[in-house]
Design a binder for this molecule. Structure first.
Ligand SMILES: [Zn+2]
Length: 151
C-alpha cells in the first residue's frame, strides 16, 4: 500500500449525547462535538489518486448525519435494557432509567458508545464500501482526545 491520503474536515462531525454504562463520571448523560478523521492507504488509480476527496467527503457526511443531535444508544451493550414503547424509548442501565423520545435516539450496533467503538463502527461502514484499501478511522471526542481503529 504505497500511498496514503488523509482526510479531515472540521465541518464533518456530529454533536451527540451519550453515557458510558457503569463509568463513574461518564455514566451520566452528557455530550460531545465529535469529529471524524480518515486515513486511507492503497494504490493510485488511473487518475493518479488513491480516492477522490469529494467521494470520501460525501460518504462521511452520509454516515455521520444520522447521529447528529441524537442520543447514541449502544444496542449491543451488556447491562442495558432498551425498550421501545410507542413514541418513546425506555433505557434502563444498572442504576439509571431514561425515557427518551423515539426521534431523539439512534441505536448503534456496538457494545459501548466510546470513541473506540465509534471509530470501529465507522471503519466497518467505510471498509464495506472500499474493501481494497487499508482504512484508519479516528474519532475525536474532545480536542486532544481521540481513538483510532484500523485492521
Ligand atoms: Zn463522553
Amino acid at each position: 500500500m504505497p500511498f496514503e491520503i488523509d482526510f479531515e474536515d472540521p465541518r464533518i462531525g456530529f454533536a451527540s449525547a451519550h453515557f458510558i454504562i457503569g463509568h463513574d463520571k461518564c455514566g451520566r448523560l452528557h455530550g460531545h462535538n465529535y469529529f471524524i478523521k480518515v486515513k486511507i492507504s492503497g494504490d493510485i488509480n488511473e487518475q493518479h489518486m488513491v480516492l477522490d476527496y469529494g467521494l470520501l467527503k460525501a460518504e462521511l457526511k452520509k454516515l455521520v448525519e444520522p447521529l447528529d443531535h441524537k442520543v447514541l444508544l449502544p444496542a449491543k451493550a451488556e447491562g442495558i435494557q432498551i425498550e421501545e414503547k410507542e413514541d418513546s424509548v425506555e433505557v434502563i442501565t444498572c442504576d439509571k432509567r431514561y425515557l427518551l423520545p423515539v426521534e431523539d435516539v439512534v441505536h448503534l450496533p456496538i457494545p459501548a458508545t466510546t470513541a473506540e467503538e465509534l471509530a470501529k463502527y465507522f471503519h466497518q461502514k467505510l471498509q464495506k464500501i472500499w474493501s481494497k484499501f487499508v482504512i484508519r478511522v479516528t474519532i475525536e471526542e474532545a480536542p486532544g482526545a481521540s481513538a483510532t481503529y484500523t485492521e
